[in-house]
Design a protein around this ligand. Structure first.
Ligand code: PMV
Length: 308
């Protein structure tokens, strides 16, 4: 049997502006992951079992653009696998779907690595990343590539679309509380809507994206030098710009205010927005208090994570 896993992720700064070539910062979240195992099957075909999404099916019974089927079809094509082997593929995930934690990219990365190892078709990290980006494009329109990059390398990344990957390291570890609104919001939609607004008023939005770029740039230095007060302020500023982009929501704003009132150093939405998750920077002693306040303010779930 072959096994592979991939972690979830959060975007710390720069979502949406990253689609327009500005830098963004993303980090892995070790508390949530996708696990894939592959074994030879005694029945004919390639069987996929993903209980979390209630999927138990043979590959050829799924539409070819099904997110999981498309990974397998593209992999078999890339690896020129012939004849098709009989396989049992089990996929399980604790990463909430359509919530800004990278569930789609994590499934692709873990599944690709498991197939690559099971079918003896070695792939480098660069190849897994490029392959996952192609899959992301099939389902998300115009993704920047940040999700596949942070999930493939499982390290904090300072990401600029089309440039080679740059990782970074925190001067000291810091604590983030993630709050889930429980509202599933496809990133494709918020990205498309912002694109429509950008087409109508390019100069206005380019200047908003420039402000986000400045924030991401400064935030990287603040993280490397351990300037947490400043980092919190930068999160608040980034959130205001995301509100201006209309990608926040009343539920996200409520959680962000709750984090602020409970003593967080700063907070913002993370990912595509309109639902999904928000993040709050906290001192370690306040993590539990902020987490409880988020739940009281309606968070379906919270995760306390340390960024190293
Ligand atoms: O919703 P997520 O976590 O997949 O994040 C999307 C980030 C965006 O900048 C909104 C889109 C992108 O492709 O970078």
């Amino acid at each position: 049997m072959t096994k592979s896993s991939a972690l979830g992720k959060i975007i710390l700064f720069g979502e949406h502006a990253v689609v327009y070539g500005r830098p963004a910062l993303a980090v892995p979240v070790t508390q949530v992951h996708t696990d894939v195992d592959i074994a030879k099957s005694s029945r004919a075909g390639i069987w996929i079992n993903a209980s979390d999404v209630n999927l138990h099916a043979e590959l050829n019974t799924l539409p070819s653009d099904h997110p999981i089927a498309s990974v397998i079809h593209n992999f078999l094509f890339l690896g020129r696998v012939s004849p098709f082997p009989n396989l049992e593929i089990n996929i399980s995930s604790t990463i909430p779907v359509a919530a800004g934690l990278g569930s789609g990219a994590a499934v692709t990365v873990a599944l690709t690595r498991a197939l690559s190892s099971h079918l003896n078709y070695p792939m480098s990290d660069e190849e897994v990343n490029a392959f996952t980006y192609e899959i992301e494009k099939l389902h998300h329109g115009t993704p920047s590539g940040i999700d596949n990059t942070v999930i493939t390398y499982a390290k904090p990344v300072y990401f600029v679309k089309g440039q080679s990957i740059e990782t970074f390291k925190a001067g000291q570890s810091f604590t983030i509380v993630i709050g889930d609104t429980g509202i599933s919001a496809p990133t494709k939609e918020s990205v498309e809507e912002l694109r429509r607004m950008w087409r109508n008023e390019k100069a206005r939005w380019e200047s908003v994206f420039d402000k986000v770029a400045e924030i991401s740039f400064t935030a990287r230095r603040a993280i490397e030098q351990g300037h947490w007060e400043m980092l919190g302020e930068l999160m608040n500023e980034n959130h205001k710009l995301l509100q201006e982009m209309t990608v926040s929501s009343p539920e996200l704003d409520k959680l962000i205010s709750a984090a602020d009132e409970a003593g967080a150093l700063g907070a913002k939405l993370s990912g595509g927005g309109r639902g999904g998750n928000m993040i709050a920077l906290v001192t370690p002693d306040l993590a539990e208090t902020v987490s409880s306040s988020l739940k009281e303010a309606g968070a379906r779930n919270t995760i306390i994570t340390k960024i190293l």
